[in-house]
Each structure stands twice: as C-alpha cells, then as structure tokens.
Write a protein of this length. Structure first.
Length: 166
C-alpha cells in the first residue's frame, strides 16, 4: 500500500466482517471433520465387538482414549474460534461507535453506516424489531461446543462402563 492510500473505515469494517466469516468457516469445517472422524471411530469400535475380531481389548481402551483426546482438541479449537469471533465483533462495534463520534461523515456515509450497523450480530432484530442478535449468536454456538462434550461422554461410557469381553 503506498503512502498516499489509507485504510478507510469501510475497509476496516469489511476486514472485520471477513474475519468473523473466516472463523465461521473454520468452525463449520472443524465440526464436519470432527463428526466424520467420530463416525469412523465409532464404526471401528463397534466392529471390534465381533467375535472374530483380532484385538478387541486394545480397541476397547485405545479407541475411547483417542476419541476423548480428539474431542478435547477439537473443543479447544472451536472455543478459540468463537473467542476470536467475539474479539472481532467487539472491535466492529467499537469502530462503528468511533466512526460516528469522531468522523465527519456525509449523509450517504451515515446511511451506509446505519445499514451496516443494523446488520452486525449485536444489532440484528427479529420481525418485531427486538434485538436478538447476541442471543441467536449464542444459540448457534451450542452445537459446535456441545458435540465434543457429548461424544466424550459416550466414549467415557465405552471406556469405563461398557461390558467387557470374556
């Protein structure tokens, strides 16, 4: 970028919005990858219960431990992505406030900023005009954050409480 060009407020807001979307994409791909990996691990675990399976005792403790570790790792990475989103959303709100308070904006720029602000997560409204953005944003996070916890509980059951082969 040359010294005669500068980053505009619109560029900064677009950059923050792109960062939030990038974290959404990361979360979605991590959840997809995680559920697929759990399906493979559960299939291997179920197969290990067949009478002719060669290493049942190994699979009955190794797979649950591996799956629990994997769940912890994916939970941490999804939590980090949601934390990063919160940082970007706070910065977005802060930048909008500063732009309104400190910059001399034209009528067109103010209109654009109003439209942009109404579509940010904290300002999204339902059909009645009530702000629900933060609540919806929180609800969207339930699945990616609870899946690893739920699968960990299933694997913990398999490791500790499942009947043992004779």
């Amino acid at each position: 970028m040359s010294s005669s060009q500068s980053l505009t407020v619109a560029d900064a807001l677009k950059s923050l919005q792109d960062a939030v979307q990038a974290e959404n994409t990361l979360i979605a791909s991590r959840v997809t990858w995680y559920v697929t990996s759990q399906a493979f691990l559960l299939t291997a675990y179920a197969t290990s219960w067949n009478a002719n399976f060669g290493w049942p005792s190994f699979f009955h403790w190794a797979l649950p431990i591996a799956a629990i570790v994997l769940s912890g790792i994916i939970f941490t990475s999804i939590y980090a992505a949601t934390w990063a989103q919160d940082v970007y959303l706070r910065e977005q709100t802060h930048l909008i406030r500063r732009a309104r308070g400190e910059l001399e904006l034209s009528a067109a720029e103010l209109l654009a900023l109003d439209v942009y602000e109404r579509t940010t997560v904290p300002q999204r409204t339902n059909a009645r005009g009530h702000i629900v953005g933060a609540r919806v944003h929180g609800l969207v996070r339930i699945t990616p954050l609870l899946l690893p916890v739920g699968f960990s509980l299933i694997w913990l059951y398999a490791l500790v409480l499942a009947p043992r082969l004779g």
